[in-house]
Each structure stands twice: as structure tokens, then as C-alpha cells.
Design a protein around this ligand. Structure first.
Ligand code: ZN
Length: 103
């Protein structure tokens, strides 16, 4: 057995020299062993920890996008409702003027 360092948590990782990957007992990461003799190992890109990190990033982006969209919609609805108020008052004014001329 060879002792490597887990690239995710730094815990000691015992691997057999004939295997190309191992699972960290401490953090559960899947670790690719590139060179066991030289102690070179890196986190497997498809490991749970890597996927977790990717999911967190995606969720964070999604939440930020959602907040921006809600903010824009709120701004738009405020603008639209004030425009409707202005148009209605102008229309009412014009209508009163026309009615005043006719009558
Ligand atoms: Zn670990």
C-alpha cells in the first residue's frame, strides 16, 4: 500500500499500487491516481465533491438570474402601470375637451 494525500481534504489516502483510482475515507471523494510512486493524485472530475461544487455554482447562477428577472419585471410593471395612468388621464382630458366643444 502507498499513502497519498487526498487532493480534496488533505487526509492520508491509502491506495494499492495497481489501482488507478481510490475513494477517500475521510471526505468520500473519488481520487484519480496519476502516479502512485511519485504520489501524484488529483480529484476525479466525475466525483461527488466535484459534482457538488458544479451544482452549487449552477444553483447560485440560477438564483442570481431569477432575482435579476424578478427585479426587471417589477421595474417594468411599475413603468407600465404609471404609463397607463398617464395615458388614461390624457385620454380623459382629451375626451372632456371634445365633449366640451360638441356640447
Ligand atoms: Zn478526502
Amino acid at each position: 500500500m502507498i499513502v497519498l494525500k487526498c487532493p480534496n481534504c488533505g487526509a492520508a489516502l491509502q491506495v494499492s499500487p495497481d489501482k488507478d483510482r481510490a475513494r477517500c475515507d475521510h471526505c468520500g471523494s473519488s481520487v484519480l491516481i496519476l502516479d502512485a510512486q511519485k504520489g501524484i493524485a488529483r480529484l476525479d472530475a466525475s466525483s461527488d465533491a466535484a459534482i457538488d461544487e458544479m451544482t452549487k455554482t449552477r444553483v447560485a447562477r440560477f438564483v442570481i438570474l431569477g432575482i435579476v428577472v424578478v427585479f426587471i419585471l417589477a421595474m417594468l410593471s411599475t413603468v407600465i402601470s404609471s404609463m397607463i395612468t398617464i395615458i388614461t388621464s390624457v385620454f380623459t382630458g382629451v375626451l372632456q375637451v371634445i365633449l366640451g366643444i360638441v356640447i
